[in-house]
Write a protein that binds this ligand. Structure first.
Ligand SMILES: Cc1ncc(COP(=O)(O)O)c(C=O)c1O
Length: 377
């Protein structure tokens, strides 16, 4: 049987990894400035993370959500401690798309409405309602196109007001800093206005923090830069540092009932321990502050390279804007310099998503590699 061929692959076969280093089957070392799509938050194979998972594996890896699992409560508590998200409840699932799917479903249950407002260039996953709220027709099948979604531009409060006043909207979903779309974000003023309009019209405001959450932007959640309080926050990528997991933080005003949401695997013992280990490392190593600190150093270095026209994003969720398409540059960085970076919908943007414990020395290595390849272009 062949694999269903949906991914264009680089010719690299990682076999081990440690911190920000990935090693392939030819024992070549790579610098990981992409974290496998922003997943690696605390570095590959962090010793605390490995120990916690191994110890849990010797006890119990999985039982379903039909029995007590105190690890879920511990995770919720730790999450409140680090994120400051008091008065939310937590639902655990398995991926970013599933988190958004559940968030949109909850919004529809809560408001008894069904249209969604999403934003141009937004990405929320590849499943039913999540992909319908994703601004990419190529990945929406006819079955997805049945969902009612209206796409708007960031910062166009007039268009937003017209749409929300139609009173058929259940949810507004947005990434506080767009990932795949290319690191754009609305103004604080826009955020605060849409928050107020959502309240006024009984619409659920969903912050998709699947990529921007977990300290990546220098705050636990990226929306926290704007002094707003979404009704629902979705999380995934950095949450498990590679362990497949997702979550939905749901304001207490949205009440649960048995069977409203559910999953076989979500919140299993191993997943909870992986997530607890990530939060423990973020706390012990002060990684949110490190993300903010490394951002300053990264910006200083970027300012010395004339080919970089602009740096977009926040913290360690960054995009380097060039005046050419970066596909070839990314390949050269991998094959000549052994550095992983990312692309975006905007083809002129090189996406940078290192682990939150990246150092100035590794940022220097990255910029030396980038400069060497820019000279060759
Ligand atoms: C902002 C955002 N939301 C949702 C998703 C979907 O997450 P997953 O691939 O885990 O389903 C992604 C993935 O890139 C994302 O960046």
């Amino acid at each position: 049987m062949n694999l269903f061929d949906v991914y264009p692959l680089y010719n690299v076969t990682p076999v081990s990894a440690k911190g920000s280093q990935v090693i392939d089957d030819k024992v070549q070392e790579y610098l990981d400035f992409y974290g496998g799509h922003a997943v690696i938050s605390i570095g590959h194979s962090h010793p605390h993370y490995v120990r916690r998972i191994k110890e849990q594996l010797d006890k119990i890896a999985f039982y379903s959500n039909a029995v007590q699992n105190p690890l879920q409560g511990e995770l919720a508590e730790k999450l409140v401690q680090l994120s400051n998200c008091t008065d939310y409840n937590l639902f655990l699932c398995n991926s970013g798309a599933e988190a958004n799917e559940n968030a949109l479903k909850l919004a529809s249950f809560y408001t008894n409405k069904s249209r969604v407002i999403a934003f141009n260039n937004g990405f929320h996953g590849r499943t039913s309602a999540a992909v319908a709220a994703t601004d990419n027709t190529a990945i929406n099948a006819p079955i997805n196109k049945q969902q009612k979604v209206t796409f708007l531009a960031f910062n166009d409060i007039e268009a937003f007001t017209i749409e929300i006043e139609k009173d058929d909207v259940c949810a507004v979903i947005l990434e506080a800093v767009q990932g795949v779309g290319g690191l754009d974000e609305p103004t604080t003023e826009f955020y605060q206005k849409i928050e107020a309009l959502c309240k006024k019209h009984n619409v659920v405001l969903i912050a998709d923090e699947v990529q921007s959450g977990y300290g990546r932007t220098g705050e636990f959640f990226a929306y926290q830069h704007h002094n707003i309080k979404p009704d629902i926050v979705t999380i995934a990528k950095g949450m498990g540092n590679g362990f497949p997991v997702g979550g939905v933080l749901i304001q207490e005003k949205i009440k649960a009932s048995y069977g409203m949401l559910g999953t076989t695997f979500g919140g299993n013992h191993l997943a909870c321990v992986a997530c607890l280990a990530v939060l423990e490392v973020i706390e012990q190593e002060d990684l949110i502050r490190n993300a903010a600190k490394m951002n300053s150093y990264f910006l200083q270095k970027a300012a010395t390279i004339p080919q970089i026209k602009k740096v977009k994003g926040r913290g360690l969720m960054l995009g380097l804007q060039f005046d050419f398409e970066v596909g070839e540059l990314r390949k050269k960085l991998i094959y000549n310099q052994f550095v992983f970076t990312g692309g975006a919908k905007d083809k002129t943007l090189l996406r940078i998503l290192p682990a939150l414990n990246i150092t100035t020395a590794l940022i220097d290595v990255f910029f030396d590699a980038l400069q060497a390849e820019l000279k060759e272009l």
